[in-house]
Structure formats: C-alpha cells, structure tokens
Design a binder for this molecule. Structure first.
Ligand code: NAD
Ligand code: LMR
Length: 340
C-alpha cells in the first residue's frame, strides 16, 4: 500500500520500482492545481507511489519548479511540469487518473459554497479539457464545493458526450481520515486498525460519519460522545480553516487523503480485488442523484456502489436532515453547467 511504501522509505521504494516496472502496468496520473497547497504535497506522495509510471503536474503557473524538485526523487514515476492553458492538453493526454485540487480555498467565516462562483468556472474549463484530451480517465475531484463540482463535471462530460458515471469521483476521503482519527482518540483504540464509513456529501451537516458501523466497535462511547464526534468530523475542515487564520484550508491531511484515494483508484484499474473506499459518486442508494457511500473500485472505476447498511436512529435523523442541503448543492452545480 501507499502507507507502507511511504513507511518503508527510499531503499525498498526503489526495489519496488524495479519490481513494478516489470509487473505492474504503466499508469499516468495528472494533478491539476499541482503548484497549490494541496497540489505540492500530493505531487510528492504520488511520486512515492510505485503504481505511478508518469506524473504530470499542471497549474496556471509554478509547475516547472515543483516538477523539477519532485523529479529528483529516485522512484519510478517520470515527472513533467506543465504551465498555462496551452500546455493543458499535453498534461492530460494519456492520463489514467486525473486529480483536481485546482481552485480557491476557504478563509475563516466562509462556507464551501462561498467558493462556488470562482471554482465552478475553473472546474468547468478543466473538465472540458479532460473530455477532449483524456475522456476515459478516472477523475478525482477535490475542488470545493465538492457537492456541486462533481455535478458540474458530470454535466460538462454529458455535453461533450464523454460522461461515464463510473469514472467520476468526489474525494471525501479526508472525512474518513478525520472520522478514524477522532474515533480512535475517543475510543482509545489504535488508530491504524480503525475503520469508519462516512456518507452523504462533503460540507457541514452533509458529512455523515456512521460511527455505529465503526470498527473495532466500542461500548465505551455514550450518545453524547457520538454526537460530539459527529460534529467534530462535520466541522473538521472549519477547524483547520480557523487555525490557519486566513492562510487557507487543509492541505497536508488532504494531500494524504487524496493520495490514499488515487492509490485505491489505481489498484482498482490494475485489477486488485476488494478495493473499497467512500466517495461522492452518481448513486441510486437514496433519491439524490449523487451521494457519498462506500464504493467498490475496479477496472472500470466504480464497480459497485455499496448500500448504507444499518443506521442508528441518530444517523437516520442526520440522513434526513442532510438531504435538502445536498440536493440544493447538486442542483446548483447542474444548473451552472447547463447555463454556462
Ligand atoms: P491553493 O490556493 O493553495 O491551490 C490551488 C491551486 O489551484 C493554485 O496553485 C492555483 O494556481 C491553481 N489553479 C487555479 N485555477 C486553476 C486552473 N484553471 N487550472 C489549474 N490550476 C488552477 O488551494 P488548496 O489549499 O490547494 O485547495 C484547493 C481546493 O481544494 C480548494 O477548492 C479547497 O477548498 C479544496 N479542498 C478540498 C478538500 C476535500 O476534502 N475535497 C480538502 C481540502 C481542500
Ligand atoms: C476540508 O474538509 O478540509 C476541505 O473541504 C476544505 C475546507 O474548506 O474545509
């Protein structure tokens, strides 16, 4: 796994490289927004991933420097930097996975939806290029508001005639990462073995961690504890935005989460069985057209959208409460893409 590749460090990463280039397929990953707060550490983590043979780093500016820097790391991936519109096509051509952390982050006092006006246009233009240069790539959407940017991407792809619902993912892995960390701390269990599904969307109350399904189960947590853990997970992004006090939002933990999710997509494409992550995808498990839940990943991207499983009364209530907001954010994205 990526986690163990990072932990093993350089020496065995290079033996992995020799092994990988013989036995694992060539895979190109493109990062759009690669010079940004998330983009740079994500570029680093993807350079450490032995499943990546080619890493394209694209931004409006600054990517030649990031690419030169990362390219000196002695791991498998060949790195290239691309800057500006005229190089976007080259960056995308042949990509298997495109990760999009392009766009502005929040400042204190803002909601993710406050980013819509700027980021919707950025996502639309990047997705238009994806449909032209790598229409079959798996897309990992990180740019906020994810609850709207994923529907925007779907509409752009539909207009271009390239939409494949199995290849479009909103990255909600950071919610899972946080839920695991907070749960382990509260339940006093080793974090490495913890799993917590997080469903719904990626903003405020639309983030619904299912602590009733957390493993290992804990009998020590009261209803109040679960409520507090739920709220902390929902407000995790805001916690970081406030601590950074105007200097942006989560970047390092997001790069980690983005690297975990992209690694899962690559494993799926390579035919590794039983790869399951939570993600915001086209879905029919509720009445909403997009919804985050556990998804089984495979050679085609989404192989199966898994159901919600049994919910506690508290979670059932949370599910009903989140639907109107999530529905409105999805519709806002669709409307934007249809009208622009
Ligand atoms: P940042 O401002 O540090 O970096 C964004 C980068 O995007 C910049 O380098 C900028 O030049 C680039 N960019 C802008 N327009 C572009 C375009 N048209 N093409 C290519 N690149 C372009 O911001 P950040 O902290 O890296 O956050 C990026 C986005 O990720 C924000 O929208 C933020 O809200 C979101 N985010 C999502 C999650 C999540 O869980 N899904 C977590 C954290 C942040
Ligand atoms: C997060 O959850 O950290 C991101 O969505 C960034 C934000 O604005 O909170």
């Amino acid at each position: 796994s990526l986690e163990s590749a990072v932990r093993r460090g350089d020496a065995s990463a290079s033996s992995c490289r020799r092994f990988s280039s013989d036995s694992t397929p060539e895979r190109k990953v493109a990062i759009l927004g690669a010079a940004g707060g998330i983009g740079q550490p994500l570029a680093l983590l993807m350079k450490l991933n032995p499943l990546v043979s080619s890493l394209a780093l694209y931004d409006i500016a600054g990517t030649p420097g990031v690419a030169a820097d990362v390219s000196h790391i002695n791991t498998r991936a060949e790195v290239a930097g691309y800057a500006g519109d005229e190089q976007l096509g080259k960056a995308l051509e042949g990509s298997d996975v495109v990760i999009i952390p392009a766009g502005v982050p929040r400042k204190p006092g803002m909601t993710r939806d406050d980013l819509f006006n700027i980021n919707a246009g950025i996502v639309k233009s990047l997705c238009t290029a994806i449909s032209k240069y790598c229409p079959n790539a798996v897309v990992n959407m990180i740019s906020n508001p994810v609850n709207s940017t994923v529907p925007i991407a779907s509409e752009v792809f539909k207009k271009a005639g390239t939409y494949n619902e199995r290849r479009l993912f909103g990255v909600t892995t950071l919610d899972v990462v946080r839920a695991k960390t907070f749960y382990a701390g509260k339940a006093k269990v080793p974090v490495a073995g913890v799993n917590v599904p997080v469903v719904g969307g990626h903003a405020g109350i639309t983030i619904l961690p299912l602590f009733s399904q957390a493993t290992p189960a804990s009998n020590d947590l009261s209803d109040e504890d679960i409520k507090a853990l739920t709220k902390r997970t929902q407000d995790g992004g805001t916690e970081v935005v406030e601590a950074k006090a105007g200097k942006g939002s989560a970047t390092l933990s997001m790069a980690y989460a983005g690297a975990i999710f992209a690694d899962a997509c690559l494993k799926g494409l390579n035919g590794v069985p039983d790869v399951v992550e939570c993600s915001f995808v086209q879905s029919s498990i509720t009445e909403l057209p997009f919804f985050a839940s556990k998804v089984r990943l495979g050679k085609n991207g989404v192989e199966e959208v898994l159901g919600l499983g049994p919910l506690s009364d508290f979670e059932k209530e949370g599910l009903e409460k989140l639907k109107p907001e999530l529905k409105a954010s999805i519709e806002k994205g669709i409307k934007f893409a249809q009208e622009n």
